[in-house]
Ligand binder design. Structure first.
Ligand SMILES: Cc1cc2nc3c(=O)[nH]c(=O)nc-3n(C[C@H](O)[C@H](O)[C@H](O)COP(=O)(O)OP(=O)(O)OC[C@H]3O[C@@H](n4cnc5c(N)ncnc54)[C@H](O)[C@@H]3O)c2cc1C
Length: 450
């Protein structure tokens, strides 16, 4: 069987179970959804995709604006990235660093955009509170770590830009302070500390938003991939394996799992990339003492192929990274071993630690590395939010709120100008895996240098 790759597949599957992740093993009972889509449905708004973006759109449309919404999810609610990510809810807008924001949009534009990323994190806090979602959320903070001494100066400068231009209390932690107060090891050469970030259980969060959407009146159908889409006059006609859904407006919330042929506006505009996570067995006292792995912060490093990691509440380490190109069992096993080697290279005191869980998912890149939350250019009744560039926990939940406001013409929600730019197509989209391989080798080479 050919490995699944969203660039070539018609759907991400039908009715597939959750991956064998640490999150699946610890999420507790999965709440009910509305089962498969019936033979015939007429709805005000159809939402394609049941992750954070789709469920949050449905929740906000139903709860705030009293609209009738039907979510169509190919597999299960939260089955995509939303139920399998690292659980770092951060302030982020695609791949832009905060100093990039200032360079690109000027001081005022950067402040507005940074304000939106703060609003996205506040929205996560608000939704967790409103839905009383038990998702092991903690106010963790984020450490962006220099893995080499030569990378520390840029982080110190970034902290300074955030304080001066954005008036945000970012801190720079020199190596000694980082190693004493947070985490030791061989690659802790200083860090930018951003106090606002949450650590969450991502699948519990997805299932919490599922409950909220249904309680607000939205219908959420699982095992219901949209396999064809036509427009008859003002009505969108979506085909699922079980029947037809007629809708006045449609939201595309399929992100990295978007089938290339789903809608012409998105054709060849998205570049899905695999991200892989390992979760170790719980650390022993000696391993914690040897690595001084005491921080509750979520962590990323400044590399082209960035690693992300955190200590979990039960003393395990979650460690993730990109670099894998094809989703085959052999390559996945290699990548699991590679991630473990890189973890131990950071923290030699963990030599001998074993991996209890590993899994992966498809994150979504765009040509300019910026997310989109907008209406389709040629059809104002089609809306989408895509391209979170692997940092979408906060932004996708917020995108759902903004899409709902867009549909309801609620001028009270300002939206994000930078997310409204038209999407550019990738040339030779079907061949992208070839340059990606070369690019990843090049990135690894750059990351290995000083
Ligand atoms: C391993 C990994 C780690 C990550 N870690 C982090 C992190 O720590 N912090 C962070 O901010 N971000 C992280 N991300 C990214 C983040 O999880 C995503 O940006 C976010 O979850 C996107 O949510 P979504 O609802 O847009 O998409 P998804 O959750 O991927 O949902 C899309 C859904 O669409 C469905 N679908 C696709 N096609 C169809 C169709 N034709 N019909 C019906 N349904 C369809 C799919 O089945 C899928 O469930 C990570 C991602 C991965 C894979």
């Amino acid at each position: 069987m050919k490995p699944y790759d969203p660039i070539f597949a018609d759907t991400p599957g039908t009715g597939l179970g959750y991956p064998g992740s640490y999150w699946t093993a610890t999420s507790g009972p999965v709440p009910a959804d509305d089962g498969v889509a019936p033979v015939a449905v007429d709805t005000d708004i159809a939402v394609i995709g049941g992750g954070y973006t789709g469920l949050s759109t449905a929740y906000h449309l139903a709860r705030r604006y009293g609209r009738q919404v039907t979510v169509l999810e190919a597999n299960r609610p939260g089955w995509g990235c939303s139920g399998r990510n690292g659980g770092f809810a951060r302030m982020a807008f695609g791949r832009l660093s905060f100093s990039d924001m200032v360079g690109r949009f000027g001081r005022d534009g950067a402040r507005r955009l940074f304000g939106s990323t703060m609003a996205s994190l506040d929205n996560v806090r608000e939704m967790i509170g409103d839905g009383a979602i038990d998702c092991d959320a903690s106010e963790a903070g984020h450490l962006k770590i220099a893995p080499k001494a030569s990378r520390a100066g840029a982080l110190e400068a970034e902290a300074e830009v955030m304080r001066r231009e954005l008036e945000y209390p970012a801190e720079y932690l020199p190596a000694a302070q980082l190693q004493r107060d947070h985490v030791g090891g061989t690659q802790s050469h200083g860090a930018l500390r951003i106090p606002d970030a949450l650590a969450v259980h991502p699948l519990k969060l997805s299932l919490g938003v599922l409950r909220m959407a249904r309680a607000a009146g939205a219908a959420v159908h699982s095992s219901s991939p949209v396999t064809a889409w036509q427009k008859n006059g003002a009505t969108h006609r979506l085909t699922t394996p079980h029947g037809i859904v007629n809708a006045r407006e449609v939201v595309i919330a399929t992100n990295g799992y978007t089938p290339t042929a789903l809608h012409p506006e998105l054709r060849a505009t998205l570049f899905p990339i695999l991200s892989h996570i390992i979760v170790t067995r719980p650390m022993t006292d000696a391993e914690i003492a040897g690595s001084n792995f005491i921080t509750g912060h979520v962590m990323t490093d400044v590399r082209k192929l960035m690693f992300y990691w955190r200590r979990l509440p039960d003393r395990r380490i979650l460690f993730g990274g990109r670099g894998l190109i094809a989703d085959t069992p052999w390559r996945n096993a290699n990548h699991r071993d590679y991630l473990l080697r890189e973890l131990i290279a950071k923290y030699p005191a963990l030599d001998g630690i074993t991996v209890d869980y590993d899994w992966h998912g498809w994150v979504c890149f765009t040509r300019d590395f910026l997310p989109r939350i907008r209406r389709a250019t040629d059809d104002p009744t089609v809306h989408y939010a895509v391209g979170y560039q692997g940092s979408g926990v906060s932004l996708s939940l917020y995108a759902g709120r903004l899409l709902a406001a867009q549909i309801a013409d609620d001028a009270g929600e300002a939206g994000i100008d930078a997310a409204r730019l038209p999407l550019a197509r990738f040339p030779a989209h079907a061949l992208l895996r070839i340059p990606q391989r070369a690019m990843f080798y090049w990135y690894r080479f750059l990351d290995s240098r000083g």
